[in-house]
Design a protein around this ligand. Structure first.
Ligand code: C2E
Ligand code: MG
Ligand code: MG
Ligand code: MG
Length: 277
């Protein structure tokens, strides 16, 4: 009841609260065990150049195959992991795996997602170049995606971290652009290389002139700032044509492919090459 919720001292005895805390602690323990037991894999989703139609790289997306070998999507565990110290080993796993995949399969550039707490961790940021080169991978082959949460939390440190990554030769893109607080103000003096427009802006492109206007504005603003523009969540040929005509550089989405296990991704890339030539 409202009376209970307002009674702060009562909260300590709220059985729901205790249950949620227990579930959270258990989830974090399972992720930690899962890392040790190699239950995590990277799936790759192709990125397509809209000008040439060519496959130019992929985004690495984490998948967890739990003790029952069921696939668990990152939305179910990453938000909790991101707020704990476990985000460091999880991201280091993602980087290591991405580098191993790049090196062993001779992959085109792979993007990895960084949490706010990764960007705010100088020991990871300062050493990233050395880390990837220890796998024989160059910084041009690994790209970083960040979200604007970090820019809002500590704009100064975020700016420094992005600059540091760019100085080491990494591309850095702002992911999920247009959602959340997303103020254009955060883009000024931020040495990003790219911007990924969230798929929320793609849904209505075919039916709404307003949606097309908003997309057009975001693309032209990004272009004016010399950012490479990726549109996420392209599901139809018509959506692809609209964003291509509006000048977007790259696209990702189910229209091309869902995220795929490494071997399937390689198969997809080969099939696409042979169908093009
Ligand atoms: P994101 O980085 O924005 O990744 C794009 C998400 O959109 C992926 O979901 C992808 O499967 C989905 N997607 C791609 N194309 C389409 C489409 O055409 N339609 C629809 N409906 N969805 C599409 P996924 O793999 O479930 O990942 C969700 C989020 O989890 C990611 O969003 C990212 O924020 C986070 N995440 C995934 N892997 C990692 C990771 O290794 N580290 C961190 N920190 N976060 C990760
Ligand atoms: Mg991403
Ligand atoms: Mg995104
Ligand atoms: Mg996202």
């Amino acid at each position: 009841s409202v009376a209970m919720e307002n009674n702060v001292s009562y909260r300590r005895y709220d059985p729901m609260f205790d249950q949620k805390t227990a579930e959270r602690v258990q989830l974090i323990a399972r992720v930690r065990d899962g890392l040790a037991n190699q239950e995590f894999q990277l799936f790759h989703q192709p990125k397509i150049c809209l000008r040439t139609g060519q496959h130019v790289g992929s985004e690495a997306l984490l998948r967890w195959f739990n003790h029952e070998n069921k696939m668990v999507m990152p939305g179910l565990f990453m938000p909790k992991v991101e707020s704990t110290t476990l985000i460091d080993p999880v991201t280091r796993f993602v980087i290591a795996r991405a580098c191993i995949n790049i090196k062993s399969q001779n992959l085109m550039p792979v993007s990895v997602n960084f949490a706010i707490n990764n960007l705010m961790n100088p020991s990871l940021i300062n050493d990233l170049g050395r880390l990837v080169s220890s796998y024989g991978v160059s910084p041009e082959s690994l790209e970083i995606e960040i979200t604007e949460g970090a820019l809002i939390q500590d704009p100064e440190q975020a700016r420094e971290a992005v600059g540091n990554l760019r100085d080491q030769g990494f591309k850095v893109s702002l992911d999920d652009f247009g959602t959340g607080y997303s103020s254009f103000q955060y883009l000024t003096n931020l040495p990003l290389s790219g911007l990924k427009i969230d798929r929320a802006f793609v849904n209505n492109l075919e039916v709404s002139a307003e949606a097309r206007t908003i997309m057009e504005s975001m693309i032209s603003m990004a272009k004016a700032l010399k950012l490479e523009v990726t549109v996420e969540g392209i599901e139809t040929a018509q959506q692809m044509k609209i964003v291509a005509d509006l000048g977007a550089d790259l696209a990702q989405g189910f229209h091309y492919s869902r995220p795929l296990a490494l071997s399937e991704y390689q198969q997809w890339a080969n099939d696409r090459l042979s169908s093009h030539f």
